[in-house]
Design a protein around this ligand. Structure first.
Ligand code: FE2
Length: 455
C-alpha cells in the first residue's frame, strides 16, 4: 500500500493519495493537482478514483482538473446535487488492489459529507484508516454553521452522532485522516499532529469529552468567522470551477506597467514583512505577508480586480501564486520586477506606515486620545489579556466595521505579533484614515515589555 498526505500550507489543507497494486485514489484534491499526477507517475500508478468528502468551502476543488488530466471518476455524497461527478451512498464499496474503500454517510459539517473507510484485505478484514474530511479533526470537530445559525444545533447533533456512531466505532486503532490541520479556518482549535486515531480522539478530543448535549449547547454559542470568499468557493465547487491559469509563475511588471495597473484598479499586495511595509510602500497597497495569504486574502481581496505583487527579492513567488490560485484568485497581473527597490530607485512616491514600539505606545497613550484597535481573533480577545482601553474588531471584518472606527482621531492597531496589525493599518489607510500607526511586535512585545494588561 502507498499512502501520501499532501499538505497545502496556509490553508492547512490535507489531501491524500492511496494506492495498492497499480491503482490509486485521491481524496479531496487541491486545484493545482500536478502533485498527485507526479506521485502517480513516480510510482507507476494510475489514478482511478477521486473522492470528495464534501463540497469544500475554503479552496477550489481540483477534482475536475485531475479528472481531465488522468480520466479518473469523481465521487461525492448523494445529499447534494453536483454539476459533475457521481453520487455515492452509505455502503458503496470500491476496490484498489488489495484495498477496499467503504463509503459512510457522515452528515453534520455539511449534509452530503462522507467518510471513506479503508481496509487492506491482504492483511485483515478490520478497518485500517478512515478519511473523514471536515467531520473529525485531531482535537476538534468540524464547523456546523454553514447552513446558518438557525440550523447550527441540528447540524451539531448530526456531526456528533456521525462521529460517535460511525467513526469511533470502527475501532480505537483506526487511523483518522482529516482534511485540515491547525490554522485552518474550518476548525477552531485543531491539534498539531497531522494524523490521529479513533482511540486517541475518544480519550483526548475536548469536544467529544464534553458529551453530546454539552457539545451541542456549546456549539450554538460559537460564531466562527466566515470569509467572504467562501461563497464563491461553494458555488464553484458545486457547479465545477473554471480551469486554473496555465502558468503559476507571476509575470514581471515594470514600474510603468504597475502604475498603469494601479490606475486601472489593480489591488497591490505587498508580501514583505510589516517592518519593510512600514519603512516604505506603494500608496494604497495592502500589507499581506506571505504566510498570511491563505488565511486573510479571502477576507479582504476582491475577485473583480487584478492583483499585483510587491516583494523585496521576488523569491519563491510560484508558491505565493499557488496560494492565490487555490482560492480562485486567478487574476494575478504580475509582480513588480526588481522588487520594491525598483520602485524606490525610479523616484516614485513612497508612502510610509507609522509604527511604534511598546514603550512608545505606552508613552503616547498617556498624552493623546488615540483609538486603540485590537485586531486579533475574537477567541484570543475573549480568552486572553489586552491593552487597557482597546476596542476589538477582527482584522478580517474591519472593512465591514469602518463606521465604528473614528477618522478624526489617531488610530493605533495591534495584534499578536504585528502582522495582522500591519494588514489592518494598510486597509484603514486605503479607506481614508490618514493617521494610523501599527504596534510592532503586537501584544507579544507589549506583554514582554511588562506593560499593563487587562482581561
Ligand atoms: Fe469543509
Amino acid at each position: 500500500m502507498l499512502f501520501r498526505q499532501v499538505v497545502s500550507e496556509g490553508l492547512a489543507h490535507y489531501s491524500y493519495l492511496i494506492a495498492s497494486g497499480t491503482g490509486a485514489a485521491v481524496i479531496d484534491p487541491r486545484r493545482d493537482c500536478d502533485i498527485y499526477l507526479e506521485i502517480a507517475r513516480n510510482n507507476g500508478l494510475s489514478i482511478r478514483h477521486i473522492f470528495e468528502t464534501h463540497r469544500n468551502e475554503d479552496y477550489v476543488t481540483g477534482s475536475t482538473a485531475l479528472k481531465e488530466a488522468c480520466g479518473a471518476e469523481i465521487w461525492h455524497g448523494r445529499q447534494m446535487d453536483f454539476a459533475f461527478g457521481n453520487p455515492v451512498q452509505e455502503g458503496d464499496r470500491f476496490t484498489l488492489g488489495t484495498l477496499e474503500i467503504l463509503v459512510l454517510e457522515t452528515p453534520g459539517h455539511t449534509e452530503e459529507s462522507i467518510s471513506l473507510v479503508v481496509r487492506d484485505l491482504a492483511v485483515s478484514p478490520d478497518p485500517f484508516m478512515v478519511f473523514c474530511g471536515d467531520t473529525l479533526f485531531a482535537g476538534e470537530i468540524g464547523r456546523t454553521d454553514f447552513y446558518g445559525l438557525s440550523r447550527n444545533a441540528e447540524m451539531a447533533q448530526k456531526i456528533f452522532d456521525s462521529i460517535t456512531t460511525k467513526i469511533l466505532t470502527l475501532g480505537d486503532g483506526v487511523i483518522i485522516c482529516p482534511a485540515h490541520g491547525p490554522g485552518s479556518i474550518c476548525g477552531g482549535a485543531i491539534a498539531e499532529h497531522p494524523l490521529t486515531t479513533a482511540g486517541y480522539e475518544r480519550l483526548s478530543n475536548p469536544r467529544l469529552k464534553m458529551g453530546r448535549d454539552a457539545f451541542i449547547a456549546h456549539r450554538v454559542t460559537e460564531s466562527p468567522y466566515t470569509p467572504r470568499y467562501f461563497r464563491r468557493m461553494e458555488a464553484w465547487n458545486r457547479n465545477g470551477p473554471p480551469r486554473a491559469p496555465a502558468d503559476y509563475y507571476p509575470r514581471p511588471l515594470s514600474v510603468g506597467a504597475l502604475e498603469t495597473a494601479l490606475r486601472d484598479g489593480c489591488q497591490v499586495v505587498d508580501i514583505r514583512s510589516p517592518t519593510s511595509f512600514a519603512g516604505g510602500h506603494i500608496r494604497g497597497s495592502i500589507s499581506l505577508w506571505r504566510r498570511g495569504i491563505s488565511g486573510f486574502a479571502g477576507f479582504v481581496l476582491e475577485y473583480e480586480n487584478p492583483i499585483a505583487l510587491v516583494d523585496d527579492f521576488n523569491t519563491g513567488l510560484e508558491e505565493v501564486s499557488r496560494q492565490f490560485i487555490r482560492m480562485g484568485y486567478d487574476t494575478i497581473a504580475g509582480t513588480l520586477s526588481g522588487g520594491f527597490g525598483s520602485w524606490a530607485s525610479a523616484g516614485k512616491e513612497i508612502a510610509m506606515l507609522p509604527s511604534c514600539t511598546a514603550p512608545h505606545l505606552a508613552e503616547r497613550l498617556n498624552r493623546e486620545p488615540a483609538f486603540l484597535l485590537d485586531v486579533r481573533h475574537g477567541d484570543t480577545w475573549r480568552s486572553s489579556m489586552h491593552i487597557p482601553g482597546a476596542h476589538h474588531i477582527y482584522v478580517g471584518e474591519i472593512l465591514q466595521h469602518l463606521d465604528e472606527i473614528p477618522k478624526d482621531r489617531p488610530v493605533i492597531t495591534y495584534c499578536d505579533a504585528g502582522f495582522k496589525g500591519s494588514l489592518a493599518a494598510s486597509l484603514l489607510s486605503r479607506n481614508g484614515y490618514n493617521n494610523v500607526t501599527n504596534l510592532l511586535g503586537g501584544m507579544a512585545a507589549w506583554t514582554r515589555a511588562g506593560f499593563e494588561t487587562v482581561p
